[in-house]
Design a protein around this ligand. Structure first.
Ligand code: COA
Length: 317
């Protein structure tokens, strides 16, 4: 089974990619609906630079791999994702694809790669036997919007603070503060300390290009941004939205601003997007404060993910 590089994927290749990812997903997570075709296409054609490989098999693909190459190569890790058809596993196919991705990572002068695995799946022994180490465990949680009661937290309204909200990219006048608040999350996000106004704008543009909508609620103290929370509503008519970042700038912590902005977000979504039945979020296991905020709002555990990282030189050649 040969590995080919897929450049500018044509419709047939996008269909084959999606079919493979869906069959692997159904095998690995029988309780979860498979991704929508538009999600697969968005990931393959979305804004960022990336390289793609596949192993042709029968009329389609037997395995696929992508390497996302976001932003500045000197600062950011490459992001590797590999899927092998359940019937073709343990034959070295995943390793061969990883070798292609690792070669491209080194060619792009990136020092590290990151990858994600669901706890308890073959991805864990695969990554650990091929140069990756676990750097973070995150728990994904889900909130059923019909079951949450935000009223007690909406009333928090700490003195001197007010709420604002917007869709899409952050308004220019708040961009520098927003980057500062994002950098304040660095204690809970490995390698994520490089937030700049440019990178924030780039992220918002990618969400829009995928056809999704980004909602942000922020707390202001005077004219300064003290904290914020972001939700992305997919453009594919599904009823599950995704929590993106929530952060409070260090000097404004301890006032329950995190709970306040998140409760305000839930109220806004209920008015603006009543079709959203569920909100999914990820929390680092060591981020006890955010886990407590989410539990107070009614989020319940769904699954556990592990974030892996490897030094480029430790990956297979
Ligand atoms: C993880 C995955 C890509 C591995 O693909 P694969 O083609 O089976 O991997 P390989 O055959 O190259 O396995 C390499 C090594 O990984 C380890 N490994 C892989 N699957 C394993 C399993 N089920 N149990 C124990 N070890 C395993 C073994 O050490 C194996 O070497 P060995 O077969 O000589 O013992 C595949 O299981 C998959 O598609 N999973 C779903 C998608 C996913 O979670 N991807 C995230 C990773 S980026």
């Amino acid at each position: 089974m040969d590995v080919i590089e897929v450049r500018d994927p044509a419709d047939g290749e996008l269909d084959a990619w999606h079919a493979l990812v869906s069959s692997a997903h159904t095998h690995d997570h029988p309780d979860e609906p498979p991704p929508e075709p538009s999600q697969t296409v968005g990931l393959l054609l979305g804004g960022e630079r990336r390289r793609l490989w596949a192993v042709p098999h029968e009329d389609g693909f037997g395995a696929v791999a992508s390497l996302r190459l976001p932003g500045d190569a000197a600062l950011r890790a490459g992001e590797i994702e590999i899927h092998v058809h359940p019937g073709l596993r343990r034959r070295g196919v995943g390793t061969r694809l990883l070798r292609s991705a690792a070669g491209a990572l080194r060619a792009d002068q990136r020092a590290t790669a990151i990858a994600q695995a669901l706890a308890g799946t073959p991805a864990v022994p695969f990554l650990e036997s091929r140069g990756f180490g676990c750097v973070l465990t995150t728990r994904s949680l889900v909130l059923r919007t019909a079951e949450t009661d935000t009223a007690p937290y909406a009333a928090l309204n700490p003195s001197g603070y007010r709420l604002i909200r917007w869709t899409g990219a952050v308004p220019d006048r708040l961009a520098a503060d927003f980057a500062k608040a994002k950098r304040a999350m660095a204690d809970h996000e490995e390698g994520e300390s490089a937030w700049t106004p440019e990178r924030i704008r780039e992220t918002a543009e990618q969400v829009a290009k995928r056809g999704d909508e980004l909602y942000t609620v922020a707390a202001l103290y005077g004219t300064r941004l003290a904290g914020f929370t972001e939700i992305v509503v997919p453009g594919d008519a599904s009823d599950r939205a995704f929590q993106y970042d929530t952060a409070v700038v260090p000097e404004h912590r301890g006032l329950r601003l995190g709970l306040w902005v998140k409760a305000a977000m839930l109220r806004w979504l209920a008015e603006e997007r009543p079709e959203i039945a569920e909100i999914e979020t990820d929390n680092a296991d060591d981020n006890e404060h955010m886990l407590a905020v989410n539990e107070a709002l009614g989020f319940r555990p769904l699954r556990e993910y592990r974030e892996y990282q490897a030094t480029a030189s430790d990956l297979p050649r």
